[in-house]
Design a protein around this ligand. Sequence first.
Ligand SMILES: NCCC[C@H](NC(=O)CCC(=O)O)C(=O)O
Ligand SMILES: NC(=O)OP(=O)(O)O
Length: 318
Amino acid sequence: MKKFTCVQDIGDLREAVAEALEIKRDRFQFTGLGRNRTLLMLFFNSSLRTRLSTQKAAMNLGMNVMVLDVTQGAWKLETERGVVMDGDKAEHLLEAIPVMGSYCDVIGVRSFARFRDKAEDYEERILEQFIRHSGRPVFSMEAATRHPLQSFADLITIEEHRRVERPKVVMTWAPHPNALPQAVPNSFAEWMNAADYDFVITHPEGYELAPEFVGRARVEYDQRKALEGADFVYAKNWAAWADPNYGKVLSRDRSWTVDDEKMALTNDAFFMHCLPVRRNMIVTDSVIESPRSLVIPEAANREISAQVVLKRLLEGLQ
Ligand SMILES: NCCC[C@H](NC(=O)CCC(=O)O)C(=O)O
Ligand SMILES: NC(=O)OP(=O)(O)O
């Protein structure tokens, strides 16, 4: 594998899940693979799970790991070409990327949507520059439009817990005080469509996701109706995608919060969320603490999804 930014990069999903479960059985069986190889993880945004689980996965493979919080301690980076750099930004991304590439073998990048310009976000201009100019295999640790390490961990978690061949998976919008990116819901939709589950998306009007991510999913505006018979409930907030409201919060309606009454409509569904989660906005204390909540095993599977990806990237190095 040469890069990992979307579901297509992982290839056959059954094979990927089988490899993940094999790694989970013994996560130290490939410790020689990363010997004398260096991973650089770059964070333009905050992280708890991605930072720790990816570092742990790299260590399981015997890699050396460097982590840089780009916004803390490094020079402030200019990202636009053609700008006269007479302001507060001391370094251009076009020098910083190849320099960072020269110190490592694999690069992970976290760079959220900035909501300044929809085209800039949806063309993945930051991530694409790393792919073009670093000279290294690049993987996404949540970019502007997708969070594939999360979606892969979500898929593994569903495969471990499903009771039927083709479970009903419902992704529901839920309220949040701030404008959050569409990366997690876009990516989850992309992976659920690829997995060919019975996949339903529910959200208030105005929160439609980009059609290329919705794909074959059924969109149901009535949350209660959508939840009927669900085997998995995947909650997430996102800001509006559709024009003219791109990046805006249109609703903080707490009648969309996932609570016990909503979960009672389901087929005794499992509850999922990528974390971090705002309790009693997205989901009630009772639901997230219930035995049907998978949020902790789901987060634990981030180590496994990262390890499959790093293993394949290492195997792809000359
Ligand atoms: N990586 C998982 C989610 C990251 C991000 N959440 C956040 O920024 C939450 C921040 C807050 O709740 O203030 C998102 O939704 O894409
Ligand atoms: N789910 C997830 O990516 O968490 P972090 O933002 O803490 O890395």
